[in-house]
Design a protein around this ligand. Structure first.
Ligand code: ADP
Length: 265
C-alpha cells in the first residue's frame, strides 16, 4: 500500500505535558490545520510521531529549508527511459493517500513555496498541481501540521499573516522540572537524580537567554548529555561537550555557563 513506509509501527514514547493529546485528537477529528509552536528540541516532532501512531495515520515529514521549491513539495516530471513521468512529491502523496503531513520549521521555506499549502487549509482541501493540470482533492484522512519556532522570527523570516491565520496552534515549551527530568531519564538512561541535576543546569542556561544566548539548552541537548553520562563519561565533561560548547561561540558566555555547570555539579 502507498505510504506503508510512513506508518509508525510502535508507540513512540511521549510524556504528555498539558492537555495536548486531547487537543490534537479534537483537531484531527475536525481535520483542522495545526501549528506546533515552540523552541527547538522541546518535543514537537516526538509529539506528532506519537499522535500519528495514536491516530493510526501514516506520517510524512518534510524538513523545510530555504532552497526548497514548490516542486519539492508537490512533485515534478522526471525523465526516464519511457519518456517524462510525473512523480508526486511528499505533500501530494500525503494529500492523495490520507497521511498527516508535517512540515517541520516552515519559516525556513520561501514564502512563494509556502503558499502552495493555502488551498489545502480551507474548506476546499485541494492541492492544485499546475504543471500536471490536476486538482487533487485531499483524502478525508489527510491533515496538515506545521512546526514554527517563534524565537527565530525576524522581519525577513516570518510566516505571512495569511499563512499563520490558517492554523490553530498548540504551544510547546520546556516542561516542568520534574516532568523534564522524567523525560531525560527515560530517553538517556541516566538515573533520576542525574536527570534532575541536568534539568537544573538547563534552568541556569535558560536564564542566560537574551544575555548572550539566543536560546536556552533544550530537552534534546540534556538527553545528549545524559547519554554520554550513561556511557560512563564524567558528568561535567558530558555537560561541556553536549551543552556548553554547542550552544555558544562567545567565550564570555561560555565561561559563565561553564561556571554554572561546575557550581551545580
Ligand atoms: P522539536 O521537534 O521540538 O525540535 P523533538 O521532538 O525532536 O524536538 O524533541 C527532542 C527530543 O526530546 C526527542 O527526541 C525526545 O527524546 C525528547 N522529548 C522532548 N519532549 C518530550 C516529551 N514530552 N516526551 C517524550 N520525549 C520528549
Amino acid at each position: 500500500m502507498a505510504l506503508d513506509a510512513h506508518r509508525i509501527p510502535e508507540e513512540p514514547y511521549y510524556r504528555p505535558v498539558a492537555g495536548e493529546v486531547a487537543l490534537f485528537e479534537a483537531a484531527y477529528a475536525a481535520r483542522m490545520p495545526m501549528m506546533l509552536k515552540g523552541p527547538t528540541g522541546c518535543g514537537k516532532t516526538r509529539f506528532i510521531e506519537h499522535m500519528a501512531w495514536r491516530l493510526g495515520r501514516p506520517l510524512v515529514t518534510v524538513a523545510c529549508h530555504e532552497d526548497m521549491t514548490a516542486s519539492d513539495l508537490v512533485g515534478r516530471f522526471l525523465l526516464d527511459p519511457g519518456g517524462t513521468v510525473w512523480h508526486d512529491g511528499p505533500l501530494t502523496q500525503a494529500v492523495r493517500h490520507g497521511a498527516i503531513c508535517y512540515l517541520d520549521e516552515i519559516v525556513e521555506a520561501r514564502q512563494d513555496t509556502t503558499v502552495v499549502i493555502h488551498p489545502l487549509t480551507d474548506a476546499r482541501r485541494i492541492l492544485p498541481l499546475e504543471k500536471r493540470n490536476e486538482l487533487v482533492q485531499a483524502h478525508p484522512d489527510f491533515q496538515l501540521v506545521i512546526s514554527y519556532n517563534p524565537g527565530y522570527q525576524s522581519v525577513l523570516k516570518d510566516l505571512k499573516e495569511s499563512t499563520k491565520q490558517r492554523f490553530a496552534a498548540i504551544e510547546f515549551g520546556y516542561p516542568d522540572a520534574a516532568v523534564e527530568a522524567e523525560i531525560v531519564a527515560h530517553e538517556s538512561g541516566v538515573a533520576a537524580g542525574t536527570a534532575a541535576l541536568l534539568v537544573r543546569i538547563a534552568a541556569s542556561s535558560r536564564n542566560l537567554k537574551g544575555h548572550g544566548l539566543q536560546e536556552g539548552v533544550s530537552t534534546r541537548m540534556l538527553i545528549h548529555a545524559g547519554r554520554l553520562a550513561a556511557q560512563g563519561i564524567a558528568l561535567e565533561t558530558a555537560c561541556r561537550i553536549a551543552l556548553v560548547l554547542p550552544i555558544t561561540d562567545d567565550a564570555d558566555v561560555r565561561d559563565a555557563f561553564s561556571a554554572a555547570v561546575s557550581a551545580a555539579i
